[in-house]
Design a protein around this ligand. Structure first.
Ligand code: SF4
Ligand code: SF4
Ligand code: SF4
Length: 546
């Protein structure tokens, strides 16, 4: 499968199955499009030499490593620029005829005759033949069987999302957790239930040593003492069971204080700080229960937390727009820990009301945060802030603007991280993850304050997806099987989608919320995902070309 698009002056060709990315000239772009159309018309699964000869592509037996040795996956190249010596090209010339059906080659020569010299067209065909022969173009999908193997494997639980507080001190308009209540009563997780959850994780993690526990809510700081006690309990269990806990937390920041910041800095491997961007945007969507905006309270706390997190001097409040923070490095202001051991990021949500969300990213950068995630809201179409089909053109142009800004700042030596453009073009590390997604319902479970287990935080409150509880463990293995059997090959939409190996089949919860089944996909989300993948590949291509 080939996906081609033009962005920021680049002609980009993605060979979906190998993950190879090629930046090509206009003629090559046209030739590849004609070859791909011909492949489809002739009903061929691939145009690669290996496939034709029935030779093993060398990776099918070892899908964990698939994609590692194509030589082009993480290295977008100009097709034909480095395909080798004259002798090799001559050999490839013969290859063009043998790799691609004669009928197709003849048709392409004829159709492009009026626009390009024949010699040039033949040269491009030969280069394409070489790429196909080396497994970087027109490759076959070798992963479908690997997923059967995955389904047969025993999975272990690696991560828990602890709903430490079903309560919140904010009243965000888009709150899927219903201001922390999750279709149920307000509740705080007790220390006893939390301990049982950690014991459950240890007991169900097999030989896996590194385990993840995310303190989630509602607002987890509303049950701070239990968070602290559970971290200490977890640390105490590590040696006894030869496990290592990686604790993380998501917070709205309202209750952050020095004591909490110090503990988070010592114990949490990652802290997610919720802020939507510009003050007016944030305050509209994230008010207190009384209606007052929360921006002015949380911004200085987040700035202080991040500066402490990276070991810098606590920055003073400063006038908006200024780039100076006393005590911080020049350039990158509030940087993440260099070894990545203690990370953080600011996470926001954009809605129909701030479709110009690139300005929110820029605002957060101006405030000194250089690790940013801004995600589209997922909401029922009846909500006034929901993203609609007609919003997509503007959203796409904002992603383009953001991609261009990323390239510009990176070249100026003041790059930043935008998590939705962080895609792995290398093919690794684990192909199963790429095929089946986030691990919800199998490797990752959510635990409610009273100890019930659900496939993930988004399913909490949907009784039909209650998998078990911390006392009895998993009592509905059929739900686990349902999640385990969900992958890019079981969903018709994903099977034919060029983004499938980056998106991994989307979010099961979104699919369930919009279609009543986890085997579908949330269509507006898919459109945005595909655009982000295109932008991310373009950014990599642009920076690789430097
Ligand atoms: S801070 Fe989180 S849990 Fe609280 S209302 Fe906002 S989105 Fe909901
Ligand atoms: S973008 Fe949508 S269709 Fe494509 S793989 Fe993801 S969920 Fe599936
Ligand atoms: S199913 Fe969706 S919401 Fe749940 S963990 Fe996966 S990606 Fe997140």
């Amino acid at each position: 499968m080939i996906h081609q698009y033009k962005n920021h002056g680049y002609n980009i060709v993605l060979d979906v199955n190998s993950g190879s990315v090629h930046v090509v000239d206009d003629l090559t772009y046209e030739v590849i499009a004609m070859l791909e159309a011909g492949r489809k018309e002739l009903g061929l699964s691939s145009l690669s030499a290996q496939a034709e000869s029935g030779e093993d592509a060398g990776t099918a037996a070892d899908p964990e490593k698939a994609g590692e040795d194509t030589g082009t996956a993480a290295d977008p190249e100009k097709a034909g620029e480095d395909t080798g010596s004259a002798a090799e090209l001559e050999k490839a010339g013969e290859a063009a005829g043998s790799v691609f059906p004669e009928l197709l080659v003849g048709r392409i020569l004829q159709e492009l005759a009026g626009s390009y010299p024949e010699e040039e067209i033949r040269e491009v065909l030969d280069e394409c033949a070489q790429l196909a022969a080396s497994g970087a173009l027109f490759t076959e999908d070798i992963y479908e069987n690997a997923i059967l193997d995955y389904k047969a494997r025993k999975t272990v639980v690696k991560a828990l999302c602890l709903h430490i507080a079903h309560d919140c001190n904010l009243a965000c308009r888009y709150c899927f957790a219903e201001e922390g209540e999750y279709h149920g009563r307000r509740a705080l997780m007790s220390y006893e239930v939390g301990k049982k959850a950690l014991d459950f994780l240890i007991a169900n993690s097999g030989s896996r040593r590194n385990l993840e526990v995310d303190f989630f809510g509602g607002e987890p700081l509303m049950n701070w003492q239990v968070v602290k006690d559970l971290v200490l309990y977890g640390r105490g269990q590590e040696k006894l069971h030869n496990k290592k806990f990686r604790f993380t937390m998501t917070t709205n920041g309202v209750l952050l204080n020095d004591e909490i910041m110090e503990f988070l800095n010592q114990e949490m491997a990652n802290v997610v700080l919720s802020i939507d961007g510009r003050k007016e945007v944030h305050d509209y969507m994230r008010p207190f229960r009384g209606g007052k905006g929360s921006y002015d309270l949380i911004l200085p706390k987040f700035r202080r937390f991040v500066s402490l997190r990276v070991g810098g001097t606590v920055p003073e409040a400063r006038a908006s727009g200024s780039q100076e923070i006393p005590g911080a490095d020049s350039g990158h202001l509030l940087q993440s820990a260099p070894d990545g051991s203690k990370t953080w990021y600011v996470r926001g949500t954009f809605t129909h009301h701030n479709l110009d969300f690139c300005n929110d990213v820029l605002h957060l950068l101006d405030e000194g945060f250089d690790r940013i995630s801004i995600e589209p809201v997922v909401a029922d179409a009846s909500e006034e802030y929901a993203i609609r089909e007609e919003d997509l053109p503007q959203i796409f142009s904002e992603y383009d603007r953001l991609a261009e800004e990323m390239i510009r700042r990176e070249k100026e030596g003041r790059g930043f991280t935008f998590f939705h453009f962080m895609i792995d073009l290398s093919g690794g590390p684990c192909v199963y993850k790429r095929l089946s997604g986030c691990g919800s319902g199998t490797e990752y479970l959510a635990v409610t304050p009273w100890g019930d287990l659900y496939p993930c935080h988004q399913f909490v409150g949907h009784e039909e997806y209650r998998i078990g509880n911390v006392d009895e463990g998993i009592i509905r293995p059929d739900i686990v099987d349902e999640f385990k059997s969900c992958n890019v090959y079981t969903k018709e939409k994903c099977r034919n989608c060029f983004a499938k190996f980056y998106c991994s089949g989307g979010c099961a919860a979104n699919s369930y919320n919009f279609h009543g089944t986890i085997q579908d996909a949330y269509d507006i989300g898919c459109e945005m995902m595909r655009k982000r993948v295109e932008c991310a590949i373009m950014v990599k291509a642009a920076l690789a070309g430097e």
